[in-house]
Design a protein around this ligand. Structure first.
Ligand code: B12
Ligand code: SF4
Length: 526
């Protein structure tokens, strides 16, 4: 049977990274079936296009995965596929919580023939076999022989064949400049960000988060060996293509068990498996100096930190009191000293937020090393404790907000400001952080660091701008480049100057910090 795995586009950004679930389920598919992957962010498709595709390609089963924000599109695509006579199975965090909605049991039309609840690592092979026999059931739940919920152990994680998978749709380098960039340094002909998981689960239970409910509060890890082997495979592929690969460790809290994270990082270093990587780690865990040393030595470049708010009362309200705003600056400085920077995520529209929260937050951010601040709104995702609290209090203004998804729009009334005021605070945060002046300042603030770090900050800021300000087409990109021409030209000039100096004997490598091995100067215990 030919199977198509499809992830709908998010309607905001182009894909900078493939979705891991597709590659994982592909690797777990029983022998004898062929699996095709389409990520809507990389290969945009409409209902008509996908219906035509499944007929032309003789697809026998389509699997669709989606977060809440893409579910309306996922349902539309599923409807078109089913109308073309091909069965659809849906999985992922939204339908796990809203299975009745997907199966048409909630008074609305049916969108899926079957729903996979929760983690599907162990149910997927069964779904495929049932579909091949034409005996798909409505619901596949991860339960043991006694009907008890069973979370897959990650000890026997399947090797994902990154060396042979076609990753063409995920190359971020524009085709036009590929031949030129291939010749640069260690080669930039391709640049891909690849998702890798080293563990699942987070016990912290922040009120707005799906993770503790979905993956559970028991944490499971892959073996160090299997993670290291995956990195080595990716590294070899990048080298053979004269391209670059960076890894996004998608674990919700990569250092949730510090002892184990340190042991993984030591094994990565020992195996020379360093690639540049990003990981999500909560601020409280970054107090550990040795951990931060190891992060830098093992290739860590960007750490995503869910700071959420600079107001301790807000943090307490959402059960995230373990975040201490007073230590944010120290944490970020500790990282920056090792040339690791942070993506700092904030949520506005929390219950203790008042007018001016955007500016108050920016005042703090301006005292920190440059990073990538991002701003969102408190969003009641289905089945989270937040959703239940707001529903019970009658505060949901759009209880089924996913059915008419609007980016950056609240679905409940905040306590101390209006919905439009909260929206304006988010806009203010983005506009002030990603203006050409702010980008120039961020780059200038690390003028003492090698050129590569400044190029890194510049490119990252230009890309992150697109999360809020539409930057999908060539015209939008050209406009952004023109607006930031001074900063761009300044760095280009410096790069050419340095290149000339290198030719005349001074040792220097363009993109040193991006293409070269991660920091070697830090001493770490093995
Ligand atoms: C990586 C990631 C991202 C990436 C993008 C996705 C990508 N390209 O990988 C980035 C960083 C961009 C991102 C952004 C956002 N994310 Co995000 N993200 C994640 C994260 C950390 C990992 C996803 C992952 O790969 N997991 C590992 C895989 C193996 O798990 P999985 O996807 O759940 O798949 C398993 C099952 O669900 C199931 N399954 C999934 N799909 C399918 C399909 C079929 C057919 C079947 C059978 C089974 C199946 O089988 C898989 C194996 O068991 C998750 C949290 C988490 N740990 O999952 C949050 C998460 C998915 N994100 C979330 C959210 C809310 C967001 C944002 C909206 C945040 C924001 N406020 O801006 C944005 C929106 C992004 C956008 N514009 O589209 C929520 C989604 C909740 C929900 N109900 O939708 C999660 C769960 C985190 C949370 N805090 O609650 N995200
Ligand atoms: S620490 Fe992160 S992953 Fe864990 S519950 Fe809180 S928001 Fe979710």
């Amino acid at each position: 049977m030919r199977i198509l795995l499809y992830n709908p586009d998010n309607g905001v950004t182009r894909n900078f990274m493939p979705h891991l679930w597709m590659f994982l389920l592909q690797a777990l598919t029983p022998a004898g079936h062929e699996v095709l992957l389409i990520d809507g962010n990389a290969q945009p498709m409409d209902e008509e296009g996908i219906a035509r595709f499944v007929i032309e390609q003789k697809i026998g089963l389509v699997g669709i995965g989606a977060m809440t924000r893409m579910i309306a599109k996922a349902y539309r695509m599923a409807d078109a596929i089913r109308a073309a006579g091909v069965p659809v199975v849906m999985g992922g965090p939204h339908v796990t919580e809203m299975a009745d909605e997907a199966l048409g049991r909630a008074g609305s039309p049916r969108h899926a023939d079957a729903v996979a609840l929760g983690e599907a690592d162990e149910t997927w092979p069964k779904i495929v076999e049932d579909a091949a026999r034409g005996t798909l059931k409505d619901i596949y739940a991860p339960v043991d022989a006694f009907g008890q919920e069973h979370k897959p152990s990650l000890q026997s994680y399947p090797p994902i064949p990154w060396d042979t998978i076609n990753l063409e749709q995920f190359n971020i380098v524009p085709k036009l400049v590929t031949p030129m960039l291939r010749k640069l340094g260690e080669g930039w002909g391709t640049f891909r960000i690849i998702p890798v998981e080293s563990g699942r689960g987070c016990p912290y239970g922040c009120e707005f988060c799906t993770v503790t409910g979905f993956f559970g509060d028991s944490i499971r890890f892959r073996t160090n060996e299997s993670v290291v082997n995956e990195l080595l495979l990716l590294k070899a592929r990048a080298r053979s293509e004269r391209g670059q690969i960076a890894v996004f460790f998608i674990d919700d809290n990569f250092a949730i068990n510090i002892k184990r994270t340190k042991s993984l990082l030591r094994d990565i270093i020992a195996a020379d498996a360093q690639v540049h990587w990003v990981a999500q780690i909560s601020a409280n865990l970054l107090r550990d100096e040795e951990l931060v040393d190891l992060i830098a030595a093992a290739g860590g470049k960007w750490i995503f930190i869910g700071m959420e708010s600079i107001d301790a009362a807000n943090l307490k309200d959402v059960n995230k009191g373990f975040n201490k705003p007073g230590e944010y600056a120290a944490v970020l400085n500790r990282l920056a000293e090792r040339n690791v920077f942070a993506i700092t995520s904030f949520i506005f529209g929390m219950d203790n937020d008042t007018l001016g929260v955007g500016e108050r937050t920016l005042q703090e951010i301006r005292t920190w090393p440059p990073g990538l601040p991002i701003f969102g709104l408190l969003t009641p995702l289905p089945a989270t404790p937040l959703y239940k609290r707001l529903e019970a209090a009658g505060r949901l203004t759009r209880p089924k907000h996913w059915q008419e998804f609007i980016p950056f729009a609240m679905a409940h009334t905040p306590l101390k400001m209006t919905i439009p005021e909260a929206h304006a605070e988010v806009k203010y945060g983005w506009a002030k952080s990603y203006s050409p002046e702010a980008i120039a300042k961020a780059v200038a603030s690390i003028a003492h660091k090698p050129l590569g770090y400044r190029i890194n900050i510049l490119i990252a800021r230009l890309c992150f701008r697109g999360i809020y300000f539409p930057q999908l087409g060539r015209f939008a990109w050209a406009k952004t480049i023109v607006q930031n021409r001074r900063t761009i030209l300044g760095l280009v000039k410096e790069a050419f100057g340095a290149r000339r100096a290198a030719r005349s004997g001074t040792s220097f490598r363009l993109f040193a910090s991006i293409t070269a091995r991660p920091s070697r100067g830090i001493r770490v215990k093995r």
